[in-house]
Design a protein around this ligand. Structure first.
Ligand code: FAD
Length: 612
């Protein structure tokens, strides 16, 4: 059965009746990726998510699968090697989602610069080697100051030295989550959103044996039994561990908030993703990224202790980002009123994770004396005379300075952690979206081991590097050609070229199912034909249960199509109300909730029109 509200009812019935092999708490990318592997490996799998899938951090990232060139500022070769290799794997299993999009990195002559033109070129060459793109169309290159300004006329010319261009990938975070969830559901997993864990169950040996959950759609509370319980709740990991009354859990997360702001591309036009130092000598860099007809930029990085389900954008966040961006693009002169939409997310950072540090956050810049040795070893590496491990060896023994204090949130590790508590509760947290499949492998190995040792059941983990997510059945080597072919199917059914192409990119190999709806549904008044079928597909097969599920996470209407948003709110709510049979009261409640979310994204309060 497809992934609709009817399926939800069946899944809940199964969750009440069966004893699962694994109950996964949290439907962000970590939980979704683990659910895919568990279901595909034949485990009886359940996943409960208290909000919509991806409504936590996994729809609030910078939306890049970035290789982390910045980590090479500290010559963190291993991290970058792992990241770019994993990026290629993710591109292989979800070819419709991460898309190559070369990044431009302008260099300024100013205190605290991450790179000089020279060190940038060295880092980019090394990066290309690690990403295996040397000599291809994606190989890096540098631009002179004049070339940069020709390409990006709005960039500040004062102090500009030039730029580097290197391969990076854009991502659609929330869609990567839903495609993992859909595959897990197709493989028999019970994936249920709006289902909140309110307690951890234990057996007679005090081992975690399931959870008490509350169905947030009906208010019903019931128990789910499971042999293994996996906590993949990102920033909420400590909350779940502290809910477990058999544990004396010491908090291990130190979430930091990151904010992104969106303006029209007429206001700030960047031809390609751009990445630069803040210019504030604070050791941070920001991204400015074009998407649809908009440009978004971020992020901030500040400690956060408020409501995890509801991080908001403050005046300080706006001031910081506008100062940074207006400094780089003075003619843009972006004001608060120019911001069309925004989002804030919480990085699920582990506060003490030096050993598996992910992004070099705890590393220190290299002292000048060590630089020559590093450069010559890297040159040898590029010629194939030494291997990656030799480079790492040299790097391990170099002398460093000490510029990042432990109090700086940007210095907290981006590493991931896998912990098994004394009652058997497994927690997997931290990392980055890019790492999700590997984090899931780690979690699954632990789950399978417990099942074998404690329950005498044996499962073999699938090869997830070759197991596509839903919509991912496209040849990764021929994504453009195959997507064009898929788009043609939409054109044949009456969509415009641009609509069909957009949907083909959004849904990948599921696009024909979406196009087939053109013959089944009537175009909704106030919606385009493309939006009509998209909405129906979101309800029929993607468990969109509320307007924001569709407008933010199944599509990006609210973030990157602000101009047309107001016009489609009413028809979207009306159609969802008809489809789900909402009462007038329920419809009104959904309308209020959506309008509140839009007002927040629009920054209405900060703009002083919060009561409008
Ligand atoms: P989450 O996505 O937060 O999922 C946890 C889920 O658990 C939530 O949906 C929550 O609702 C649910 N939950 C909590 N409590 C309960 C409960 N009691 N019952 C049921 N469910 C519950 N990574 C990249 O690779 N590239 C980037 O460009 C990038 N940029 C980023 C920018 C920012 C500003 C931020 C904040 C992060 C960024 N990241 C990026 C990191 C990445 O987004 C996260 O590492 C990743 O999304 C974490 O996923 P998760 O599944 O572990 O957590």
């Amino acid at each position: 059965m497809v992934f609709s509200i009817e399926r939800r009812k069946q899944d809940i019935k199964a969750l009440k009746e069966e004893t699962l092999d694994v109950l996964i708490i949290g439907g962000g990318i970590t939980g979704a990726g683990t659910a895919l592997q568990a279901s595909a490996s034949g485990l009886k799998t359940g996943l409960v998510e208290m909000q919509d899938f991806a409504e936590g951090t996994s729809s609030r990232s910078t939306k890049l699968v970035h290789g982390g060139l910045r980590y090479l500022k500290n010559f963190d070769v291993e991290v970058v090697a792992d990241t770019v290799q994993e990026r290629a794997v993710v591109q292989g299993i979800a070819p419709h989602i991460p898309k190559a999009d070369p990044m431009i990195l302008p260099i300024y002559d100013e205190p605290g610069s991450t790179f000089s033109m020279f060190s940038l070129k060295v880092a980019m060459d090394l990066y290309d080697q690690l990403a295996n793109v040397t000599g291809t169309k994606y190989a890096n290159y540098t631009l002179t100051k004049e070339e940069v300004l020709k390409r990006v006329p709005q960039l500040k010319s004062d102090g500009l030295l030039g730029a580097g261009v290197y391969l990076d990938y854009r991502n659609n975070d929330a869609r990567l989550v839903i495609e993992n969830i859909k595959r897990a559901a197709a493989d028999g997993g019970h994936m249920v959103s709006r289902m909140k864990v309110v307690g951890i169950l234990h057996d007679e040996n005090n081992k975690a044996s399931g959870a008490t959950v509350e169905d947030l759609l009906t208010g019903e509370t019931f128990d789910i039994k499971a042999r293994v319980v996996l906590n993949s709740t990102g920033p909420w990991s400590d909350t779940i561990r502290q809910m477990d009354d058999k544990l004396d859990a010491v908090p291990q997360m130190r979430p930091t908030k990151g904010v992104h702001l969106v303006v029209d591309r007429e206001k700030l036009h960047v031809p390609q993703p751009t990445y630069f130092d803040t210019g504030k000598n604070d050791g941070r860099m920001v991204f400015v990224i074009p998407r649809e007809e908009k440009t978004y930029f971020g992020t901030t990085d500040t400690d956060y202790t408020g409501d995890f389900a509801h991080p908001t954008v403050t005046q300080e966040d706006v001031d910081y980002l506008l100062e940074v961006v207006n400094n780089r693009y003075p003619s843009a002169d972006i004001k608060l009123d120019d911001i069309e939409s925004s989002w804030a997310g919480l990085r699920p950072l582990i506060s003490s994770n030096g050993g598996s540090d992910y992004n070099g956050g705890n590393s220190k810049p290299i002292k000048d004396e060590s630089f020559d040795k590093v450069i010559s070893t890297i040159e040898q590496f590029q010629k194939g005379e030494v291997d990656r491990y030799t480079v790492e060896d040299v790097l391990k023994n170099i002398e460093t300075g000490n510029s990042e204090s432990e109090d700086n949130p940007s210095a907290v590790s981006r590493g991931s952690a896998l912990d098994i508590d004394e009652d058997g509760l497994i927690t997997v947290a931290g990392g980055k979206l890019t790492d999700y499949r590997k984090m899931a492998i780690g979690a699954m190995k632990a789950v399978i081991e417990v099942l074998k040792n404690d329950f005498n059941v044996t499962y073999e983990l699938i090869d997830s590097a070759n197991y596509p997510v839903s919509g991912g059945e496209i040849n990764p080597q021929e994504v453009d050609e195959e997507t064009d072919k898929l788009a043609q199917l939409g054109v044949e059914k009456g969509l415009s070229e641009s609509e069909a192409t957009y949907l083909a990119h959004l849904y990948g190999s599921n696009a024909p199912k979406v196009f087939a709806l053109i013959e089944e549904v009537e175009q909704i008044e106030g919606l385009t034909l493309a939006d009509t079928v998209s909405l129906r597909y979101a309800m029929d097969e993607e468990m969109a249960l509320a307007p924001a599920d569709f407008l933010i996470r199944r599509t990006n209407h609210m973030l990157f199509m602000r101009d047309t948003l107001d016009g489609i709110i009413e028809p979207v709510i009306a159609e969802m109300a008809r489809y789900y049979g909402w009462t007038d009261e329920a419809k009104a409640a959904h309308t209020v909730k959506l309008n509140t979310a839009i007002a927040e994204s629009d920054l209405k309060k900060l703009k002083g029109d919060g009561n409008r």
